[in-house]
Design a protein around this ligand. Structure first.
Ligand SMILES: N[C@@H](CCC(=O)N[C@@H](CS)C(=O)NCC(=O)O)C(=O)O
Length: 206
């Protein structure tokens, strides 16, 4: 299988984490894609131009990190990151959705800095997304004590790690550790997992 990613994308990072958590490094070739470029050759592989994208050996292509993670977790017939028979299944899904909601907002916020020159940035969008992200961090300062966030590794934990690990001051002004000691300690603990440590985004170019 081939997985197309960028190494800055948190959604691609989530899929890369699952490859490592499930021990699939020998079966999934991770390839850097050229996104956000006119006429990128990647558009011939995935017309949407988004990452992550998983090309199965039979040529089928899967878009969307949630679907890719689902596929990879179920490949061995023993899904461990989203176990359906777990009594906490719904609680795990609830927390995963909260973490993804935070990640989605941070993507909007980060794109204002990454892809717009300063004079075109929207203070309104930046303000709105900054406030949302900090509110969600406050929610997780409490929820990191939830048993789902402390039991066997799962999608809720990995999604929250994608949103926060290696993201201090990224986007600019995201000082989420301040006043949130439990969340900071939880992220640092997650950072010891190879799937988290080995998928750290590269440092910003500017
Ligand atoms: N909901 C999608 C979001 C994927 C996404 O937005 N990826 C961004 C990178 S973070 C992307 O590919 N951007 C390139 C583009 O918009 O052309 C998922 O979870 O996979």
């Amino acid at each position: 299988m081939k997985m197309h990613v960028t190494f800055t994308s948190p959604y691609a990072r989530l899929a890369r984490m699952v490859v490592i958590e499930k021990g699939l490094e020998d079966r999934v070739e991770v390839l850097g894609a050229q996104t956000r470029t006119t006429d990128s050759p990647y558009y011939d592989i995935n017309p949407s131009g988004r990452v992550p994208y998983l090309e199965l050996d039979d040529g089928t292509g899967l878009e969307e990190s949630a679907l890719i993670c689902y596929y990879l977790d179920h490949l061995d017939g023993a899904p461990s990151l989203m176990p359906h028979d777990d009594p906490d299944h719904l609680e795990a899904k609830r927390l995963e959705a909260l973490a993804r909601s935070m990640l989605d907002g941070m993507g909007v916020w980060g794109r204002e800095f990454a892809y717009r020159p300063p004079e075109l940035r929207s203070d309104f969008i930046i303000g709105h997304e900054t406030a949302r992200a900090f509110r969600m961090c406050d929610v997780f300062e409490i929820e990191v004590e939830n048993p789902v966030m402390n039991g066997p590794v799962n999608m809720a934990q990995l999604t929250l790690a994608c949103a926060l690990h290696g993201r201090d001051n990224r986007p600019q002004g995201f000082h989420w550790r301040e006043g949130r000691p439990k969340l900071a300690a939880w992220i640092d603990k997650m950072g010891a997992r190879p799937s988290v440590a080995n998928t750290l985004p590269p440092p910003p170019e500017h």
